[in-house]
Design a protein around this ligand. Structure first.
Ligand code: ATP
Length: 249
């Protein structure tokens, strides 16, 4: 049975370093992320957004607390199982695209499936490629593509294996506003039309307004959320957060 929760954190704590220089990047985060939604994580610089995403995605181990993704307890998994989970059930989109320069767009898109020796579902590949407007760019190398096109290739690569959830870390951080709108529109339609679940870290209120739900972090804690946000609403919430005195509850 599929639950409505695709990923959850319970009493999640992440401390970097030790002693006087220790940094409590996450300070007891409890959250359920809903399947079939685009969730944005926002907050001031250093509030723990990337750390939360990395712990949820199994890229980083929490100091304490529990992370469950797609029904599996990631926080206590062996490294070998975690690698398998990341490869088969989780898709990633990074700010820097991370495409292989010597491969064509198509080869980049199918690379994770090729590495996992899984067959390409041609109909799904065609759908993803068409939705992303990449059909006539498949034979191009990354250096022959614009930044927006490269990021769309990275999105296609994340989606083609039908992961349970896609984690995107500042996916539009390097893009102009037109390309950013295309990529965000696609991430949203991958949820609305393809049934994907997507979690995205962003600094940008306009980007966050594409989400179904925005979570706000401050000082390693979840301090609020907005449903069906507007860019203005997100900006107002963020302004309230940055105006908080340091260490305020
Ligand atoms: N590997 C690390 N070692 C030590 N401290 C770290 C490490 N990674 C993050 N931190 C610290 O943990 C805190 C949270 O960092 P994190 O990168 O999660 O914040 P963020 O909200 O994503 O910030 P930004 O918006 O600037 O990217 C910060 O104080 C940061 O300096």
């Amino acid at each position: 049975m599929t639950t409505p929760v695709i990923a959850s954190a319970h009493e999640l704590v992440k401390v970097y370093g030790a002693g006087a220089t220790a940094v409590r990047a996450l300070d007891g985060v409890d959250v359920d992320l809903v399947r079939g939604e685009l969730t944005a994580i926002m907050g001031p610089s250093g509030s723990g957004k990337s750390t939360l995403m990395h712990c949820l995605a199994g890229l980083d181990r929490p100091t304490s607390g529990t992370v469950v993704v797609d029904g599996q307890t990631v926080s206590s998994m062996s490294e070998r199982k975690l690698t398998a989970l990341r490869r088969t059930r989780i898709g990633f989109v990074f700010q820097a695209y991370n495409l292989v320069p010597t491969l064509t767009a198509l080869e980049n898109i199918t690379l994770p499936l090729d590495i996992a020796r899984r067959e390409v579902d041609q109909a799904h590949l065609d759908l993803v490629v068409e939705t992303l407007g990449l059909t006539d760019r498949l034979g191009h190398k990354p250096s022959e593509l614009s930044g927006g096109q490269q990021q769309r290739v990275a999105c296609a690569r994340a989606l083609v294996a039908r992961p349970a959830v896609v984690f995107a870390d500042e996916p539009t951080g390097n893009l102009d506003s037109t390309s950013a709108a295309e990529v965000l529109g696609f991430l949203r339609s991958s949820v609305d039309d393809l049934g994907q679940s997507v979690v995205m870290v962003t600094h940008d209120p306009t980007s966050a307004s594409y989400a179904h739900r925005v979570l706000f972090l401050a000082d390693g804690r979840l301090v609020g959320e907005l449903r069906d946000p507007t860019a203005e609403g997100v900006l107002a919430a963020l302004t309230g957060l940055t105006a908080r005195p340091t260490g305020a509850p």
